[in-house]
Design a protein around this ligand. Structure first.
Ligand code: COA
Length: 385
């Protein structure tokens, strides 16, 4: 396996991007990524595109061909990758493996989702849960995560104030991110007093419905050196699956899929969580960030809530989490999210994160999750001098 580096990124602003079509959003991110990478378009050999459900949201399948065509890169090998909200992470892993294997030198990993296109987004999203045992009975994603939140509260004493601390912190970070859908600070009172979506989760405990696209470019480390690029090396890639339906899990208050994906990424990287300077984690709901930080090993089970409330995961805390604003404030165009997380790692590691820049981070981790924990990817990137 060859060493692989990320050498550039491109993103659209996240939000309700109306009336821009899906294909134009991808084209914008892809062209920005090629430009940022500084390579000739003709050098690109392959593209992987994470997208959860363009068929339901937009009535468009055969996606990879139409998107690469409109992005001006028709002819490359192009593959759409689907793993619900972890589609972007899975696309990045596929691109990484293609470069690492030696099959291709320049591969672009992208993600896109246009969720505001007239379709019923709650229904479209629910197709990533178990149709027969969950959706048929009326369950939605806010409902599933509400059940997980109740279990976490019952088992560990996690409080609504601790959930709110996650939202408040992520909006502080998102307010400094020009790509964010909701770049405004909010108070604990706003979170706790908001309209209820699925008790104990209110409006500000939920990630929004978002349109957006993101891309990153990968190539061998040796080639990146020849190009004179900063070396942002992929040192770990982990991927895991679990049962989709919550009732098939032994414990509703933990996410074994995240633990497994992280163990695989850490084993490859030869490091542990204490070596990681900052993380982007999958905060589709505030309780998800708490459970993901526990599954990654940042905190013991039950300690994720208190840690968020004490500022441990703030930008100036011991373990910064979601400096981008996370899914909560930056937005969650499901298929694009995993790639947007890698974009944030790349910006932070190359000193391009502007107002939210951390002080000289060296190792960043991105954790992307599908559904209520049926799949997860973990990627670890390091600055190599
Ligand atoms: N955070 C902050 N503000 C939000 C928001 C969010 N998640 N969602 C909507 N808003 C704001 C809107 O901007 C709007 O503000 P305005 O009145 O000032 O214009 C207002 O709240 C109402 O927006 P609307 O689009 O009517 O909200 P909604 O009731 O249709 O949807 C949710 C709100 C939370 C139900 C929806 O965002 C949702 O389903 N989120 C979860 C998505 C999901 O499940 N993703 C997959 C995770 S696995």
């Amino acid at each position: 396996m060859r060493d692989v580096a990320v050498i550039g990124f491109g993103m659209t602003k996240f939000g309700e991007i109306w009336p821009t079509p899906l294909r134009d959003m991808y084209a914008e991110a892809a062209q920005a990524c090629i430009k940022d990478s500084g390579i000739e378009r003709s050098k690109l050999q392959s593209a992987y595109i994470g997208c959860m459900t363009s068929g339901l949201f937009n009535g468009q399948e055969h996606l990879a061909s139409i998107l690469t065509d409109y992005a001006g890169i028709s002819g490359v090998a192009a593959t759409r990758v689907e793993s619900a909200c972890a589609s972007g992470g899975a696309a990045f892993r596929a691109a990484y493996l293609e470069v690492a294997s030696g099959a291709s030198d320049f591969v672009m990993a992208g993600g896109v989702e246009k969720m505001n296109d007239g379709a019923d987004s709650t229904y479209c999203l629910s197709t990533a849960s178990d149709q027969e045992y969950e959706v048929f009975h009326g369950v939605t994603f806010p409902g599933l995560y509400a059940m997980m939140a109740h279990a976490h509260m019952n088992q560990y004493g996690t409080t609504p104030e601790q959930l709110a601390a996650v939202a408040v912190k992520n909006h502080v970070n998102g307010a400094l991110n020009p790509y964010a859908q909701f770049p405004m600070e909010i108070s604990e009172q706003t979170v706790l007093g908001a309209v209820r979506v699925a008790e104990p989760l209110g409006l500000f405990d939920c990630s929004p419905v978002t349109d957006g696209a993101a891309c990153v470019m990968l190539c061998p480390v040796d080639v990146a050196k020849d190009l004179g690029k900063p070396i942002i090396k992929v040192i770990g890639s982990g991927h895991a699956t679990d049962s989709i339906a919550l009732h098939d899990r032994a414990d509703l208050a933990s996410l074994p899929v995240v633990k497994l994906a992280a163990e695989r990424a850490f084993a490859q990287a030869g490091i542990g969580i204490d070596d990681v300077d900052f993380c982007e984690v999958h905060d589709c709901f505030t309780i998800a960030e708490i459970m993901c930080t526990e599954a990654l090993g940042l905190f013991k089970n039950g300690q994720g809530g208190p840690a968020a409330a004490e500022g441990v995961t703030a930008r100036d805390g011991k373990h910064p989490v979601n400096t981008s604003g996370g899914l909560k404030s930056k937005g969650h165009p499901v298929g694009a999210t995993g790639i947007a997380q890698i974009c944030e790692l790349y910006m932070q590691l190359t000193g391009r994160a502007e107002g939210r820049q951390l002080s000289s981070p060296r190792i960043g981790l991105a954790q992307n999750m599908g559904g209520s924990g049926g799949s997860s990817t973990v990627h670890i990137l390091e600055v190599v001098s």
